[in-house]
Design a protein around this ligand. Structure first.
Ligand code: 6F2
Length: 287
């Protein structure tokens, strides 16, 4: 039963609020339990006063709610519902039992290839689902990924996602590291881009999983220049299969980036993502 919170109308009194789980620029997240069902969730609280500063964040929150509440995929954090009171907006989110991926990455420095490959396969599956719905995430990075209780990853934070194609100017706040060349190209008003931007960010994410830092990490000016030239070096201890996949995603021309179905069938992914017993005796015809 994946929609246990059935009522359409939610209010704060329905929840017992637990410990704070974390905070972001625009809100805090608390562990919460729905009183009648005991259902555990994460309650994200946003203060209307902070949103109304015209920084377009209100639009982002509306977009996050509109997009994320219609998505259902094991590697996408569910948004079950939302409600508001006079001062605050509340998002009722799926609780990810193992917290924020970037904290795991910082603690472990970098992930072993099998773990990076499994995360990549899950990301590719989630992005294929999003792109089939013509949703571009546009902000794929470790800070926007959570880890579920079974170690599966969950893309969260759809504040920057939009419907493709799109040429909305992204007010650049936060790191440039993950932005593709077509999104940082300023001036040209026709910097139209499509879901291929998420392919570039996936390449940056794989690099950071394996190396422990982003491929174009530098001063802002140098990062900008290195992205525009796809100027990165992959350490020689990275396997040739992983290197091959990164190089097929970090391609300047969006049309030449490896499509997601080919990411899922890439030798590096096949090598590390054993799909249960069927993979073990693959010669048997799949039922
Ligand atoms: C922690 C923790 N430890 N354990 C064992 C579990 C958790 C846990 N946390 C969550 C969280 C959670 C909490 N904080 N955050 C970070 C956070 C909180 C509030 C807002 C933001 C935010 O503004 N973001 C926008 C910017 N991008 C980069 C980022 C998003 C970002 C997410 C959620 Cl939403 C769901 N399940 C969770 N489980």
């Amino acid at each position: 039963v994946d929609q246990p919170l059935v009522p359409k109308q939610f209010h704060l009194g329905m929840f017992e609020i637990g410990r704070p789980l974390g905070k972001g620029k625009f809100g805090r997240v608390y562990l919460a339990r729905e009183r009648t069902t005991g259902f555990i969730c994460a309650l994200k609280v946003l203060y209307k006063s902070e949103l109304q500063q015209g920084s377009g964040v209100e639009k982002q929150v509306r977009r996050e709610i509109e997009i994320q509440s219609n998505l259902r995929h094991p590697n996408i954090l569910k948004l079950y519902g939302h409600f508001h009171d006079s001062k605050r907006i509340f998002l009722i989110l799926e609780y990810a039992g193992k917290g924020e991926l970037y904290k795991h990455l910082r603690r472990e420095n970098r992930f072993p290839e099998w773990k990076a490959a499994q995360y990549t396969a899950q990301m590719a599956s989630a992005l294929r689902y999003l792109h089939r719905k013509h949703v571009i995430h546009r902000d794929i990075k470790p800070e926007n990924i959570l880890v579920g209780i079974h170690g599966e990853i969950k893309i969260s934070d759809f504040g920057w996602s939009v419907h493709a194609p799109n040429n909305r100017r992204k007010t650049l706040c936060g790191t440039l590291d993950y932005l593709p060349p077509e999104m940082i190209r300023s001036g040209s008003k026709d910097n139209w881009y499509d879901e291929k931007v998420d392919l570039w960010s996936l390449g940056v994410l794989i690099y950071e999983f394996l190396v422990g830092e982003a491929p174009f990490e530098d001063t802002p000016v140098m990062t900008h220049r290195r992205i525009a030239r796809a100027d990165m070096t992959i350490p020689d201890w990275v396997s040739k299969e992983a290197r091959d996949l990164i190089q097929k995603l970090l391609v300047l021309d969006p049309q030449k980036r490896l499509p997601l179905e080919d990411v899922q069938n890439h030798p590096w992914i096949i090598k590390h993502c054993v799909k249960g017993e069927r993979a073990a005796n693959r010669e048997k015809p799949l039922k």
